[in-house]
Design a protein around this ligand. Sequence first.
Ligand code: FES
Length: 393
Amino acid sequence: MKMVSIISRISSTLFPRVSMPAFTMASRSKATLVKPKTAIVMLNMGGPQTTDQVGGYLLRIMTDRDMIQLPVQSKLGPWIATRRTEEVMKKYNEIGGGSPILKWTNTQGRMLTEALDQMLPESAPHKHYVAFRYVPPFTEDAFQEIERDGVERAVIFSQYPQYSCATTGSSLNAIADFYRNREVPSSIKFSLIERWATHPLLAKVFAERIREKLEAFDSRVRNDVVILFTAHSLPLKAVSRGDTYPHEVAATVAATMSTLQVPNPHRLVWQSKVGPLPWLQPYTDDAIKAYVKQGRKHLILVPIAFVNEHIETLHELDIEYCDELAKEAGVQQIERVATPNDHPIFIAALADVVANHLKNGPRLSNQFLTRCPHCVSQRCQSSKSFFKKFIGV
Ligand code: FES
């Protein structure tokens, strides 16, 4: 058995997931035993681990102009965050007191790096770093740790398979902010995976999850169950600017359906709209009600744009739609497909995306460097220029 594999096994025995705070576990497992050679930086928005973090989390979202644009944002953003804190805390309490995003990201990172150690001994040991946008561990924490560890190579890997300027774009702008007044370490070779919406194993894990749920329906109705792919909506303003998110989400849906090969009807619907401005439609809750009115009372919800459970799946989909709304609307049976989490096919997808990237590149894609046709953001402009220099292509 290879040394790194033995170390991984020892570390998971020494530091079992259940008894350690999730974000210290990853740091301890490999870092204290072997100096990592390759960093895998997992970008995501993050979610409050405890209800104490809800206020800060909302404040950071509401004041992030990449994520949301409000008039007089420096005043209105904090005001909205304060007003919503209690209600959002209540929702986190209803799903067990916090978001599981960090737990899942650490599990995925640990399994991914173990797989990479086996697949690519030349770039091993690999170590994952969690870089969240709105809760600890923050993007800057991850980059400080990478520098301290003295890695040779760092792959910045967005955990949003479909790119949006509001999500992955925001995390990348945060990296550019971090290095604005700080020297970029010349000893580390950086590269970026910013989108992987149509990876065949990603489609396969969604297809497997759906297939399992279809089995929960009586065989007499199984082929007529409506499959509703649901993703976080986006303001129409962002769509009109040319954000690629809607068509990338649709591409994942198409790849999943073509892998699944079932006769069921399907639609892509959008959830979690906030504020009064128009967003991408149809909304998930409206679609559920409308299908019931059409007599389609057997439904499956598939969260297609998040790779681990979060408040929008555990509360909005499970409690508000599959329980409360379904009863009120007269749904006969509704099932919600789990997010990929630690499904072995999903871990294989992550490993294949990173291994291909490490072997074949490119280190920075032209697609990323090209701004939206109607982008007027100085931040986007300076961040794209930064990445060109940062990654050195
Ligand atoms: Fe898309 Fe600026 S809004 S690149």
